[in-house]
Write a protein that binds this ligand. Structure first.
Ligand code: PMP
Ligand code: GLN
Length: 389
């Protein structure tokens, strides 16, 4: 008897098969059952105090009005310097970088910029959960290709077999959420062969660029001028400075693509918050905070893995990101979603079922743990896991 029912039935859902994102579902379940949240990816340790002070200072100094719609010019200059230092690529801060409210928005905007109804986009599953809805909301078609279990490697022969005249883009994500796999030089070579003589655009999600372990090198698309020419490369400050709640990131691409990206961006959020951009521009002159991130998180991965050895969970390798997958096949026959719910309710530890990262769920009896936590949090979580196993 809802008098407004007519309103609901009069709209056609843009995303008829979408529910609530798994990160929100599992975080809410963790709160409900007072479980330790190793599900949604966010650090539980404090961010750098100097950076917090720089934001306060920026506000006190009056940086509280709109900045340029493409982002604070000084921040874009500093990012261009960073990119040249890390990846040897000269980019023009005026034309090739746009500051966005987070990495997810950058990916969404890139897809919206290039997609027409009926276009196809290749992505690799398990995939970060926003990609498929971001494609479908544009009337385009997601073409998921499974990463090969248990290494989660790309089978480039399958990729080539899936390319059609309608293939508009390929989405890459390295270091990879949720598996922690990373692209190799062979992958880059295969990518190059695959897109050669096509108009395929690459959307490269590199939000975990610094979270890479075991002396591996992050193979940013920005290292390869021939690939960069056809790419949108997306980043997130939230992952670099332990401030996921700031929701600030950026997209880098060649001027001709970026020009179209900015047309979409200007009528969506127009510009991002100013004091954080002023603070980040000042803080970016320091390299240690981002250069030390990989070893800092590698220690966390290893600390957690050491504790997990006491449990029947079996690790799959993680070479980057905040995450590691663990198999629970020695513990339960439940499907992943049911196991993750059970573990939250009865075991007191929230994780993310990897099946949630597929358009059509695939079951491998693995769940994703986020190890970007204080040691005490990881210890308490493993105590709880020991109690159920
Ligand atoms: N891509 C991947 C793979 C992620 O894990 C995240 C983390 N949320 C993002 C993009 C987006 O980050 P942001 O919070 O900056 O939107
Ligand atoms: N990127 C984070 C994760 O994978 C969470 C992002 C979100 O909650 N949307 O857990």
């Amino acid at each position: 008897n809802n008098p407004f029912q007519f309103l609901i039935t009069s709209i056609q859902s843009k995303l008829p098969s979408a529910g609530t994102t798994i990160f929100t579902v599992m975080s809410a379940l963790a709160v409900k059952h007072n479980a330790i949240n190793l599900g949604q990816g966010f650090p539980d340790f404090p961010m750098n105090e100097e950076l917090v002070s720089l934001v306060t200072e920026a506000m006190m100094n009056g940086h509280n009005q709109y900045v340029h719609m493409c982002g604070l010019p000084l921040l874009r200059e500093r990012l261009a310097e960073k990119v040249e230092g890390l990846y040897g690529q000269q980019i023009n801060p005026d034309t090739d970088i746009t500051i966005t409210p987070g990495g997810t928005y950058a990916i969404y905007t890139a897809l919206t910029t290039i997609l027409q109804p009926g276009d196809e986009v290749i992505l690799f599953e398990p995939a970060y959960d926003s990609y498929v809805p971001n494609i479908e909301i544009n009337g385009a078609i997601a073409v998921p290709i499974p990463l090969v279990f248990p290494d989660y490697a790309i089978d480039w022969n399958v990729v080539r077999a899936k390319i059609t005249p309608r293939t508009k883009a390929i989405i890459l994500n390295s270091p990879h959420n949720p598996t922690g796999s990373v692209l190799s030089e062979t992958d880059i070579e295969q990518l190059r062969l695959t897109v050669k003589d096509t108009n395929i655009i690459i959307i490269s999600d590199e939000v975990y660029e610094h979270l890479i372990f075991d002396q591996k090198k992050h193979l940013s698309i920005l290292r390869y001028p021939d690939l960069m020419e056809r790419s949108f490369v997306c980043f997130s400050f939230g992952k670099v400075y332990h401030c996921t709640g700031w929701k600030l990131g950026y997209c880098i691409g060649p001027a001709n693509l970026m020009k179209e990206f900015r047309k979409v961006h200007q009528f969506n959020c127009f510009t991002c918050n100013s004091p954080m951009q002023v603070a980040l521009a000042a803080f970016l002159t320091k390299k240690e905070p981002y250069l030390e991130l990989g070893s800092f998180l590698q220690q966390k991965r290893d600390y957690f893995a050491g504790l997990m050895k006491q449990t029947p969970f079996e690790p799959l390798p993680s070479y980057g990101s905040y995450f590691q997958l663990y198999s629970y096949k020695n513990i339960s026959d439940l499907p992943e979603q049911a196991f993750a719910e059970w573990l939250t309710e009865k075991g007191g530890v929230a994780t993310i079922p990897v099946s949630a990262f597929y358009k059509v769920p695939v079951e491998n009896q693995v769940v994703r743990f986020c190890f970007a936590k204080k040691e005490s949090t990881l210890e308490s979580a493993v105590q709880k896991l020991l109690a159920i196993s």
